[in-house]
Design a protein. Structure first.
Length: 586
C-alpha cells in the first residue's frame, strides 16, 4: 500500500468517526430534552394518608364490633396534611382514611384555628370534621360555641345547625343556624338571629358579619301572613332609640350605620324615616336621603324633604329638596316651605342653649288664618322671634302687611307681637270687596291677645285712608284721608275697630258720592293677592311680584364723621426724651 493510499483510508475512517460522534451527541441531547420534559410533567406526590402519631394502647380485633378499625387509647394523636388531632380514645379506620375520636377531642390547624369537643368524626378523604357536644371553635379573636358543627377543610368554612353563639370581643351573636369562613372571616347567621353589642341589640332572621372589620349586614325578617310569606323589618335597639330596617350595615366597634330599604329610627318622641339613613356616633353626624320624614311628637311638628343633614355634637344641620315644615300644635296646621332650611345651635348642652333656624330662597307659609311669603327668614328660639327679609308680605284674613323687614314674636306658637320696619304698609279689603282701608308709615307695630290683634300702631309719616261705617247697617259713610305722625288703632276681640288715637292730624272726609278718583288709593298702594298661598300645597309654587312692584331700595346714610385735614393740621411735637444739660459754672 502506497503512502497515498494510506492517507486516503485514514481520511475516510476519520470522516466516518466524526459522523458517528456527532450522531451520538445529537442522541444524547434529544434524550436529555425528553428526560427534562418527563420530569417537568411529573406531578408531585401528595401524601393523603391520616397518620397515627401516638397512642398508649393499640389493639385490633377482627372479630369485634368494628373489625375494620384499630382501637387506640391514651394520649392519642393523629396528623393529616398539616392538621393535628388529639383525643382520649379513637377508632382509626386506616383503609377509609378516617378517625372517630372520643373524649377531650382537640383539633388544631396552623396557628389560628383550634377546635375542642367531646366527640368527632374526621374523614381524611373529604377533609371533613364533624364535631359534636360542647364544641368550641377559636379562630383568631373569634370564638364559636355550639353542640353540632361541621368543618370543611377543602372550602375552609364551618357551619352549625342546632344553635350556636359567636363571641367577637365584646359582641355576642347567636342564631339557630350559621356558617363561618376561616379564609375570608365572613359569617352568616339565620333564624332567630340576636346580635348584642355594648350599645345595640339586633333581632333579625338573616345577618352577615365580617369579623375582620366588625361590620354587620342586617336584612329583613321573613314572616308569614295568612299563609303567604313576606319580608318584614329587622329591629335594632339601643339605650335611647329603636331602628326598623330591611337592609342595614353597621360597625359594631364605632356604631357607624348605613340604613337602606326605607328605614325608621325612633328616639323617644322623635322619629325619622328615609330611603337611606347614615349615622356615625363618634362624629355625631346624621344624614337622611330620599323621602325623609322627621316627626317630633312632643313639640307637634314634622319635617319632610329630600335630604337632611344634622350634627348632634354641634347642633348644626340643614334640610333641602322640597323641604316642608308642618306645625300642628295649634288648632290649624301651619305649613312652611323654603329651598333650604338650616339650623344652628349656640351654647349646646348648657342652660343657655338656644337655636336659630334659617330659611332662604322662596319662603312661603300657609295656615287657615295667616299666610306669608319672603325671600329669607330667621327664627330665634332665644326670643321666639321670626324675622322675614326682602319683600316680606303677611296676610291675615282680609288684611295685608308688607315692609322692608317683618318681625313676629311668638308665645307658645301663637303671635303676641308683630313689627313691620321700613316702608310699612297695611291694606285691608272691606267686605264689599271693592274698597280698601290703607295705612302707610315708616314703621308699624301690632299687639295680639289670645291670637287676635287688639292694637295697631303706625309711627312716623303716617298716611291713612279708611272708611267709617254706619253702626246700624254697616254701610260706608265716606272716605277719610288723614296725615299724622302717630296713629293708634284699638280693636275689639271680634276684630272690629273700636277707636283711633292721633296726637295731631290733618285730614279730609269725603262723602261716598264725592270721592275724587285719585283719593281711593295711596300712591304706594299694592294688593298682592296673586302671590298669596291659597292652600298647603301652594307653598311649593313660587310666584314673585310683578315687575316694578318691588319695595324701593332706600339707602340710609350713616351719620357723617368729623375728618381732620392732614394738610392744615400741625402735628404736636413729640415728647422730649433727652435730659436737660447742666449749666457750666464760671
Amino acid at each position: 500500500m502506497t503512502t497515498r493510499q494510506l492517507k486516503h483510508k485514514l481520511a475516510h475512517a476519520f470522516s466516518i468517526g466524526h459522523r458517528v460522534i456527532l450522531t451520538m451527541i445529537l442522541c444524547l441531547f434529544v434524550l436529555g430534552l425528553l428526560q427534562a420534559a418527563r420530569q417537568k410533567g411529573r406531578r408531585k406526590v401528595v401524601d393523603e394518608r391520616v397518620y397515627l402519631i401516638h397512642a398508649d394502647e393499640l389493639k385490633y380485633d377482627v372479630y369485634g364490633p368494628n373489625p375494620e378499625a384499630q382501637v387506640v387509647k391514651g394520649h392519642v394523636s393523629f396528623t393529616h396534611k398539616g392538621a393535628h388531632l388529639t383525643c382520649d380514645s379513637a377508632y382509626f379506620y386506616q383503609t377509609s382514611n378516617s378517625v372517630r375520636a372520643f373524649g377531650h377531642v382537640h383539633f388544631r390547624q396552623g396557628d389560628t384555628l383550634n377546635l375542642v369537643c367531646d366527640r368527632a368524626w374526621y374523614d381524611g378523604q373529604a377533609q371533613m370534621l364533624e364535631a359534636r357536644n360542647n364544641v368550641v371553635l377559636k379562630h383568631r379573636r373569634q370564638t364559636l360555641y355550639t353542640d353540632s358543627l361541621n368543618y370543611d377543610r377543602l372550602y375552609e368554612y364551618a357551619y352549625f345547625f342546632n344553635g350556636g353563639r359567636l363571641v367577637d370581643g365584646k359582641n355576642r351573636l347567636s342564631s339557630d343556624w350559621g356558617e363561618y369562613h376561616t379564609s375570608t372571616r365572613m359569617a352568616k347567621f339565620n333564624l332567630d338571629v340576636q346580635l348584642q353589642t355594648p350599645k345595640n341589640r339586633v333581632s333579625t332572621d338573616t345577618l352577615y358579619y365580617d369579623t375582620s372589620k366588625s361590620r354587620a349586614h342586617v336584612v329583613g325578617m321573613y314572616t308569614t301572613d295568612k299563609g303567604h310569606g313576606k319580608v318584614g323589618p329587622s329591629i335594632i335597639r339601643s339605650q335611647n332609640s329603636t331602628i326598623t330596617t330591611t337592609d342595614a350595615f353597621f360597625n359594631t366597634q364605632n356604631d357607624k350605620a348605613e340604613l337602606y330599604g326605607r328605614s325608621t329610627v325612633v328616639d323617644k318622641e322623635k322619629t325619622i324615616t328615609a330611603d337611606t339613613l347614615f349615622y356615625n356616633s363618634q362624629s355625631g353626624s346624621n344624614k337622611g336621603v330620599g323621602n325623609v320624614v322627621y316627626v317630633d311628637s312632643k313639640n307637634k311638628n314634622t319635617l319632610t324633604c329630600g335630604e337632611v343633614v344634622y350634627d348632634e355634637k354641634t347642633g348644626r344641620g340643614y334640610a333641602t329638596k322640597r323641604a316642608l315644615v308642618k306645625d300642628y300644635s295649634q288648632k290649624d296646621t301651619f305649613y312652611l316651605h323654603a329651598d333650604t332650611l338650616r339650623i344652628e345651635t349656640f351654647f349646646i348642652n348648657t342652660d343657655s342653649m338656644y337655636r336659630k333656624v334659617h330659611g332662604y330662597k322662596k319662603v312661603r307659609s300657609y295656615r287657615m288664618d295667616i299666610q306669608a311669603v319672603c325671600d329669607s327668614m330667621v327664627f330665634n328660639s332665644k326670643d321666639s322671634c321670626l324675622t322675614m327679609y326682602q319683600d316680606p308680605i303677611v296676610w291675615n284674613m282680609g288684611r295685608q302687611l308688607l315692609g322692608e323687614v317683618i318681625k313676629i314674636y311668638m308665645n307658645d306658637s301663637t303671635v303676641r307681637e308683630a313689627r313691620v320696619l321700613g316702608q310699612a304698609m297695611s291694606v285691608e279689603l272691606l267686605p264689599d270687596s271693592t274698597h280698601y282701608n290703607q295705612v302707610s308709615s315708616r314703621d308699624m307695630f301690632a299687639y295680639f291677645k289670645d291670637g287676635n290683634i287688639r292694637r295697631s300702631d303706625a309711627v312716623s309719616n303716617v298716611r291713612a285712608i279708611y272708611y267709617p261705617m254706619d253702626d246700624k247697617d254697616s254701610s260706608l259713610i265716606g272716605l277719610n284721608y288723614v296725615e299724622t305722625d302717630t296713629m293708634k288703632m284699638y280693636m275689639s276681640p271680634q276684630r272690629k275697630l273700636e277707636r283711633i288715637w292721633m296726637p295731631k292730624a290733618q285730614g279730609t272726609l269725603y262723602p261716598m258720592t264725592q270721592i275724587p278718583p285719585s283719593q281711593y288709593k295711596l300712591d304706594n298702594f299694592a294688593w298682592f293677592d296673586y302671590i298669596r298661598p291659597v292652600d298647603k300645597d301652594d307653598v311649593f309654587n313660587w310666584r314673585g311680584k310683578a315687575k316694578g312692584m318691588e319695595i324701593r331700595n332706600i339707602v340710609r346714610h350713616a351719620a357723617p364723621l368729623q375728618q381732620i385735614n392732614a394738610k392744615t393740621q400741625t402735628p404736636p411735637p413729640p415728647p422730649s426724651s433727652h435730659k436737660e444739660k447742666p449749666q457750666k459754672k464760671d
